[in-house]
Ligand binder design. Structure first.
Ligand code: SF4
Ligand code: SF4
Length: 188
């Protein structure tokens, strides 16, 4: 029969020799391979005690940004939702009331902001579309969950901690991708 590829290996049907019936050479060959791996660098790590560093281009969970005074930057313009190819973002806009200037940077803000992490493909288009530097993708990922509704992330999950009231958790959540003191960088 003609072979379709050159990868065909012809199986020998010859009866085994005395040496082959001992199986000893095959066992020694297998043990040699096993021992050779003892001295090689282990490709596995003890997660979660140890974690691999993320690639500089890794795009993970979204963060809703605040300014240096802790005011929410999002102005609920909806450009991120329009840019999102997965239609993962929904929001409801509200008007800032007198006396709320310390909470919201712009006159309009997102009263509700949700990202469906089951839809999100972490493309980063929402970050690119945002004119207010109000959203960026961080170096962490959405933890696993047993329920689908657990993957709908609301503002309380996405909003970065307050930089003045909780400076330590803010610095930890901010990560190294937010390069500028004001945030991640494409505000106009
Ligand atoms: S990263 Fe991409 S898919 Fe995910 S919310 Fe942003 S635009 Fe949508
Ligand atoms: S995150 Fe940015 S693009 Fe999206 S609604 Fe807020 S200000 Fe607009």
């Amino acid at each position: 029969m003609q072979a379709l590829t050159n990868k065909v290996k012809v199986v020998s049907r010859e009866p085994m020799t005395w040496m082959e019936r001992m199986y000893l050479p095959a066992i020694l060959k297998g043990m040699a391979i096993t021992f050779s791996h003892i001295f090689k660098k282990r490709p596995t790590i003890n997660y979660p005690e140890k974690k691999r560093p993320f690639s500089p281009v890794f795009r993970g969970l979204q963060i809703l940004n605040r300014d240096e005074e802790g005011r929410e930057k999002c102005t609920a313009c909806g450009l991120c939702a329009v840019a999102c190819p997965a239609e993962a973002i929904t929001m409801e806009a509200a008007e800032r009331q007198p006396g709320e200037e310390h909470l919201y940077k712009e006159e309009k803000y997102a009263a509700k902001y949700e990202i469906n992490m089951l839809r999100c493909i972490f493309c980063g288009f929402c970050e690119e579309a945002c004119p207010k530097d109000a959203i960026y993708l961080s170096e962490t990922f959405a933890p696993s969950n047993f329920q689908r509704k657990g993957f709908i992330y609301g503002k309380e999950d996405l909003l970065i901690p307050h930089p003045v009231e909780e400076p330590e958790t803010f610095a930890k959540a901010r990560g190294s991708r937010a390069k500028h003191p004001e945030g991640h960088g494409n505000e106009h």
